[in-house]
Design a protein around this ligand. Structure first.
Ligand code: HEM
Length: 219
């Protein structure tokens, strides 16, 4: 007889997962087309007008997609993840004091919520950088049409924010796809649920509150 199927708990709603994969797919189109605009060697692959159009339309698709999800999706779950990320409690501060070691050593880590303190920081810094990219990108677009909107720092700001988010995404991909203790999280972002045992080890505060809520629902 095989071992029993692991018990699972829901980590991300369909709306959160859709928002994440919309963000990821539009991000990679913007990254690739942005690189084609920046690096002459790549501009031979995709011509400037095409790269610019895809770059702009993927930014618009991201904005419109998120607006649609907020209007007709599970808004509470989407804003709930951002609210989670926006709050650092005492355990998060203790987690952060452990520094980068925490990424590799969960054994003596303070209990964490649905997102650990590193993921909270990652989310808020990424969101901040995306706002910077959207504003500087809009100024670049306007500046090509009207010199009033041409500012010396727009290009540099857009380039530096792209570089910073590029590094964050590389770290994010390593944790999501390669690192043994964190890669189980991919299941949560693909199908929505994760193994309860994994959640209890890595996100104990959240796993505990999920158990209490499900006991209340079943009472
Ligand atoms: C193929 C590419 C990607 C994969 C496989 C991936 C995977 C994941 C997974 C598994 C999670 C959940 C982590 C957890 O439950 O503990 C997650 C969360 C998240 N992802 Fe991605 N992701 C990708 C691309 C991106 C991109 C391009 C961005 C932003 C530009 C992004 C931003 C985020 C954010 C802000 C979170 C929540 C906080 C965090 O886990 O750090 N992801 N991603």
């Amino acid at each position: 007889m095989g071992s029993p199927a692991p018990e699972r708990i829901v980590r991300f709603s369909g709306t959160v997962r859709l928002a994440h994969w919309l963000l990821a797919s539009t991000f990679f189109v913007m990254l690739f087309t942005g690189m084609c605009l920046y690096l002459p060697a790549l501009s031979r692959l995709v011509g400037r007008p095409t790269a610019k159009a895809w770059h702009l339309w993927s930014a618009i698709a991201l904005l419109v997609g998120i607006a649609v999800l907020l209007l007709i999706g599970n808004r509470r779950s989407l804003t709930g993840v951002v609210r989670d990320a926006d709050r650092l409690d005492q355990d998060d501060v203790a987690w952060l004091k452990g520094g980068p070691r925490r990424l590799f050593d969960h054994d003596d880590a303070p209990p964490q919520g649905r997102l650990n303190a590193g993921q909270k920081l990652n989310t808020m810094v990424m969101l901040g950088l995306m706002v910077v990219l959207a504003i500087s990108g809009t100024l670049l677009w306007l500046g090509e049409r009207d010199t009033t909107y041409r500012f010396g720092g727009s290009v540099l700001t857009h380039d530096l924010a792209s570089l910073a988010i590029g590094f964050l995404v590389m770290g994010h991909l390593y944790l999501a796809l390669v690192h043994p203790t964190t890669r189980h999280a991919l299941r949560g972002m693909v199908v929505g649920d994760v193994d309860r045992a994994w959640a209890e080890r890595n996100h104990a505060t959240w796993a505990m509150s999920e158990s209490v809520q499900s006991a209340e629902r079943n009472a």
